[in-house]
Design a protein around this ligand. Sequence first.
Ligand SMILES: CC(C)(COP(=O)(O)OP(=O)(O)OC[C@H]1O[C@@H](n2cnc3c(N)ncnc32)[C@H](O)[C@@H]1OP(=O)(O)O)[C@@H](O)C(=O)NCCC(=O)NCCS
Length: 158
Amino acid sequence: MSVENRVFEVSADLMTKEDIPEILDIEKESFPAPWSEGMFVGEINNSMSYCISARAKYKSESILAGYIIFWMVSPEIHLHNIAVKKEFRRQNLASNLLDVMDDIGRKAGAKVVTLEVRPSNTMAIKLYEKRGFVVKGIRKKYYTETGEDALVMWADIK
Ligand SMILES: CC(C)(COP(=O)(O)OP(=O)(O)OC[C@H]1O[C@@H](n2cnc3c(N)ncnc32)[C@H](O)[C@@H]1OP(=O)(O)O)[C@@H](O)C(=O)NCCC(=O)NCCS
């Protein structure tokens, strides 16, 4: 049965090393320069880093549908990674993961969130703009593999 015909229950939890193989598949379909296994292990082991996985559950099946990684650098949150498996996109999963990030940040006293995004990544920019992010700077040639600049976006945590 295809993913489209099923109703999944989605829940978010701390990322574990067992999640990494499915995460690497999502990385490969999502980014021109996917993170490596070692980078995810490093984040899971880093006490500054919050790593959250969203799993879609259907009967006994559990599919890793998305994830978010951010650092708390009080009073700022630095969003380092967010992606959603292609089949689960446009179902508010990224928005829900960003809500989880905001809730955790708010409780820890964070006031603002910042991130870098490729100017060519219109889907991500649309998501961020919808949530109140604005471009406040450009990092020249930030993405070394393509030489692309990064837009630096900021939003207040409400
Ligand atoms: C960007 C990404 C995380 C969005 O995930 P998602 O779960 O599909 O996003 P949501 O369903 O929460 O979308 C919320 C809103 O964002 C905007 N948006 C999201 N994807 C969009 C797209 N492909 N085109 C236009 N707008 C889009 C829309 O306004 C959407 O609201 P709507 O569906 O009511 O119109 C997902 O497309 C992805 O994983 N992309 C590859 C990885 C990536 O680029 N990460 C960001 C790195 S900076």
